[in-house]
Design a protein around this ligand. Structure first.
Ligand code: NAD
Length: 468
């Protein structure tokens, strides 16, 4: 077995495996170290299984509400076991696809736990023993794991992180979610639609605080309509085992309150997987457990790079992949293909929400005069056909030049449609340039055209401003 490579990557998540394929295509002899299955958190315990659950949950909700479309279904039930089998099959298919891609591109997969050693070497420990490999460059892509709050009761049976909740084989009757961030609201959407009573406790004054304020406000109303109880400015103090279940105690402003449920999910962010990754003689500079890198993803150790959740910042699969590609492009002396400053943020709730670039609030904070075009999706034909919840598409442009700076949307297919604005911002397009493209009818995407028309003075699909 070969022990010397051009590049060794530790971690086969969406950061590491994509970087490995790109490196191999750029002609580097590449090895990828992974102790689990390929695909990392995203494929095995994150994005993919969650979105599969959300898909099934949304289908369940749609069928139950089919009467408004003239579809009458009786005795619609959720078989949680079958749902989990569909979820696992989806994960397995994607993992196998990644394994084939790695093989097909000539990447050597080293199974075992990787540790960075001094002198650009990596040890790989498995049941079969430990082997040492060396490389010209090393890329660390070890990802992250769920954070656990330092409060009493977090070790009680039934108090879980997203990893633990995925392992449950039965649908809980009730679930309290600590943290109203992305994981919190996505799990709340899925579990509530499947029939579980969900309560969200969020410490900040609003849900998904990193997104546009209007998205947070709409989401809170929609979740309430679905029967999800939401407490914001609610700081959780501890969990106890009560007679009727797990009791979560929290302070909401001045008030002390509690909620009882069968299970508790702790979704308060993720921690970098830096523990145990380094030999004592090869520890790069760290900041609160995250590996510190420069703009080219170089760590403080020569020839050692790091990307993805391990370096902090926005912890998103697509960002990790883009960083992985950029890091190996730099190693190969090429300019990075993707603009890493533009990171789309997506919420796979029902309806979806997505955002890219600056919000109006952020532009104002930065002192940039902006113009905003906002289109209510209640005036969009396709949204009316599918009886979508209230939604909107908002576009933010620089006042003087008309250049698009950002977009936020909450509507069906928002996560698919945000890419159009990402392309526009990355290419410096103005609203007028975006309007040159015709949009097909009837589509949700027409709403993008309408928001751009609103930016230009008024969409033909809403009443003229003076009459509104
Ligand atoms: P997050 O940072 O998005 O949200 C955590 C929330 O927990 C925050 O709103 C925080 O205020 C709250 N919180 C912290 N301590 C609390 C306490 N004591 N009581 C009540 N609330 C408290 O983190 P997450 O939702 O755990 O997600 C982890 C990472 O995974 C994020 O970086 C996220 O972007 C990523 N992720 C992304 C997607 C997606 O893109 N759709 C989906 C899932 C996860």
């Amino acid at each position: 077995m070969e022990t010397r490579f051009d590049l060794i990557i530790i971690g086969a998540g969406p950061g590491g495996y994509v970087a490995a394929i790109q490196a191999a295509r750029l002609g580097m002899r590449t090895a990828l170290v992974e102790e689990d299955r390929a695909g990392g958190t995203c494929l095995n315990r994150g994005c993919i299984p969650t979105k599969a659950m959300l898909h099934a949950a949304s289908l369940f909700r749609e069928i139950q509400a089919g009467e408004r479309f003239g579809i009458l279904a009786s005795e619609v039930r959720c078989d949680y076991g079958q749902l989990l089998a569909y979820r696992q099959e989806t994960v397995d298919q994607l993992v196998q696809g990644v394994e084939q891609l790695l093989k097909g591109n000539g990447v050597t997969v080293l199974s075992g736990r990787g540790t960075l050693l001094p002198g650009k070497r990596v040890s790989v420990a498995s049941g079969e023993g430990t082997a040492v490999y060396e490389a010209e460059n090393i890329l660390l892509a070890a990802g992250s794991r769920p954070a656990v709050l330092p409060i009493p009761g977090m070790d009680l049976p039934g108090v879980l992180t997203s990893d633990g909740l995925f392992q449950q084989t039965e649908l809980p009757a009730s679930l309290t979610i600590i943290g109203g961030g992305v994981i919190g609201v996505e799990f709340a959407t899925a579990f509530s639609a499947l029939g579980c009573q969900v309560t969200i406790l969020e410490a900040l004054p609003r849900l998904v605080a990193n997104m546009d304020r209007e998205i947070s406000q709409n989401l809170k109303l929609i979740l309430k309509k679905r029967g999800i109880e939401t407490h914001t400015s609610a700081s959780v103090q501890g969990v106890e085992q009560g007679a009727d279940g797990l009791v979560c105690r929290f302070a909401e402003g001045e008030k002390e309150a509690s909620v009882t449920s069968q299970l508790v999910l702790c979704a308060v962010g993720r921690r970098a997987n830096s523990e145990g990754l380094f030999d004592p003689g090869a520890v790069p500079e760290l900041n609160r457990g995250r590996v510190v890198v420069d703009e080219c993803f170089r760590t403080s150790l020569e020839g050692v790079y790091a990307i993805g959740d391990l370096i902090g910042g926005m912890q998103l699969a697509h960002l990790a992949s883009a960083q992985g590609i950029a890091a190996v492009e730099r190693m190969a002396g090429k300019e990075p293909t993707v603009d890493l400053s533009l990171v789309p943020a997506c919420l796979y709730t029902d309806p979806e929400a997505a955002s890219v670039g600056l919000t109006e609030e952020e532009a104002k904070k930065e002192g940039i005069p902006v113009q905003v075009g906002k289109f209510p999706m209640s005036a969009n034909g396709k949204s009316l056909i599918s009886r979508e919840e209230r939604g909107f598409i908002k576009v933010v442009a620089e006042k003087e030049s008309g250049r698009i700076l950002g977009a936020q949307m909450m509507c069906a297919r928002a996560t698919d449609m945000i890419g159009e604005f990402g392309t526009a911002i990355a290419c410096g397009l103005t609203g007028e340039q975006m309007r040159r493209a015709m949009r097909p009818h009837p589509t949700y995407n027409e709403g993008v055209g309408d928001a751009l028309e609103e930016l230009a003075g008024g969409s033909l699909n809403v009443m003229p401003r003076r009459k509104r």
